[in-house]
Design a protein around this ligand. Structure first.
Ligand code: G3P
Length: 217
């Protein structure tokens, strides 16, 4: 499973990238706002640090404008992945930009039907949003499973990029289903290391070690 980091926070990306845990990065307009930086500048900085694809999202609503924005974003660095929304215009833009050789991440996917269209339009990645479906009392993980089944039925090469991940369980469940990629906030990725029994065991080891009176160094 590939790990993408869902943030435009350079320091947070660097910390995980230095551990070899970053296979790519996803951003969106909300994350650019949160970074407080210009999209071209922060995207260039992320692309220079990370080898894998870095998603930068268009904001236009008409296909021709999305295509123009996508071409512009792609000039920032060779590893920019153009992110377009799953609308009819977004699918048109996906087809054109994909045919030009760009990588495309089709985002805001909430149904298997949408995911089929994205694959047909040449998407490199499809981004089903787990957390936002859970928010409205649907099961986001069912969507991942449905897309996995459909893509496997037909050998679609579009990679399933599980997005809107809010918890460690989301990551583990997406991995069990066979999502190709997860994108998650750095805090969620780091919290995968936590376990109450690890903390408890460490406290016991430290207490016992203190009683030995020994030092390793
Ligand atoms: O990659 C999409 C993701 O950023 C959306 O996450 O938590 O805003 O639903 P969220």
């Amino acid at each position: 499973m590939k790990f993408f980091v869902d943030t435009a926070d350079i320091d947070a990306i660097r910390e995980l990238n230095d551990l070899g845990m970053v296979d790519g990065v996803t951003t969106n307009p909300s994350l650019i706002l949160k970074s407080g930086r210009a999209i071209a500048e922060v995207t260039a900085e992320i692309c220079a640090m990370v080898e894998g694809p870095v998603s930068a999202e268009v904001v236009a609503e008409k296909a021709d404008d999305m295509i123009a924005e996508g071409r512009h974003l792609a000039k920032i660095a060779p590893n920019v992945c153009i992110k377009v929304p799953l609308t009819w215009d977004g699918l048109k833009a996906c087809r054109v930009l994909s045919d030009e050789g760009h990588k495309l991440n089709v985002t805001l996917c909430f149904s298997p039907a949408q995911a089929i269209l994205a694959a047909k339009a040449g998407a490199t990645f499809i981004s089903p949003f787990i957390g936002r479906l859970d928010d409205i009392h649907l099961d986001g993980m069912d969507l991942i499973a449905d897309i996995r089944e459909i893509y496997d039925n037909y050998g679609y090469e579009t990679e399933i990029l599980a997005a809107s991940i809010r918890s460690v369980n989301h990551i583990v469940d997406a991995a069990k289903i066979g999502a190709d990629v997860i994108t998650a906030p750095p805090s969620v990725i780091k919290s995968m290391a936590n376990h109450v029994l690890t903390d408890k065991g460490l406290a016991q080891f430290n207490a016992d070690w203190a009683q030995t009176g020994q030092k390793i160094l």
